[in-house]
Design a protein around this ligand. Structure first.
Ligand SMILES: Nc1ncnc2c1ncn2[C@@H]1O[C@H](COP(=O)(O)OP(=O)(O)OP(=O)(O)O)[C@@H](O)[C@H]1O
Length: 251
């Protein structure tokens, strides 16, 4: 069963003359264990799609299904359970809490669950090891490099071992080394733990870590490609597709 399915989903912003159709009649599925990329030009509707798939936002029309269940039929408690316990989020701006240490930021999602202190520490250590954050656990976000901050955000997203990670331009503010480290980490989580990943990016290098990419333009699906070849060859394929669709970097 698909972990997420969007059926004929549309999203309109504004009212009357200012109505703007950001997503128009889009359908796709995300299967468990997939590493799906969403690409397309600036304003194509990528983030809007991610927000609807992750239930952070709702469509104007159409249906979103979580594990085969229509989200509008789920009560707020079930949706909150999905957001809090089954999903992890990584955004470009990190959204770290500045007055908490690295360790406190990472363990935050576990606190509401009354997980025993020893288990919290065990998991924090495991995540910190994986993300090379052991030496900065007692530091505050303001003392970290941009790459470290993004890794803390990634740590917080995976500490609960979510079934799915939603990442919106996760490498957007990283240098190439930090970006590669984060992407290798996401690949590892995807391969070893079968964590499903949905990632929005405009960057072909970042996208080359995905196994499938959906290209959107003007709020609609333009095309889709699957990775059957090496990452380098997939990268070339993405560049070619971008040339067709016109989806260079934003700004
Ligand atoms: N809250 C909102 N109110 C009004 N318009 C919005 C809102 N959010 C997004 N839009 C518009 O919807 C369209 C799609 O936005 P979205 O952020 O999904 O695009 P995107 O492909 O992620 O773009 P980018 O690559 O620039 O981040 C854009 O034209 C945007 O201006």
């Amino acid at each position: 069963m698909s972990i997420i399915e969007l059926r004929q989903v549309s999203k309109t912003y504004g009212i009357k003359k200012n109505r703007y159709s950001a997503v128009n009649n889009v359908s796709f599925r995300i299967e468990p264990g997939e590493f799906l990329g969403i690409m397309g030009p600036s304003g194509a509707g990528k983030s809007t799609l991610l927000n609807m798939a992750s239930t952070l936002d709702f469509p104007t029309s159409g249906t979103v299904l979580l594990n085969g269940k229509v989200t509008t039929g789920l009560n707020e408690r079930k949706l909150a359970d999905f957001r809090k316990n089954k999903s992890g989020y990584i955004f470009q701006d990190f959204s770290l809490l500045e007055n908490l240490t690295v360790q406190e930021n990472i363990e935050l999602p576990l606190l509401a669950d009354h997980v025993a202190a020893r288990e919290v520490w065990r998991r924090v250590r495991q995540v910190a090891q994986l993300l090379l954050l052991e030496s900065v656990l007692n530091h505050y976000p303001s003392e970290l490099s941009v790459g470290q901050k993004q890794r803390v955000a990634a740590g917080r997203a995976i500490i609960k071992r979510p079934a799915i990670i939603f990442a919106d331009e996760p490498t957007g503010s990283l240098d190439s080394r930090s970006a590669t480290e984060l992407l290798q980490f996401l690949s590892e989580v995807n391969q070893k733990e079968q964590t499903t990943i949905m990632m929005v990016t405009h960057d072909p290098f970042t996208a080359s870590y995905c196994k499938r990419i959906i290209f959107v333009r003007d709020g609609q699906i333009f095309s889709e490609i699957n990775r059957a070849e090496s990452r380098q060859d997939f990268f070339e394929k993405i560049i070619n597709m971008q040339a067709v669709i016109g989806g260079g970097p934003k700004r």
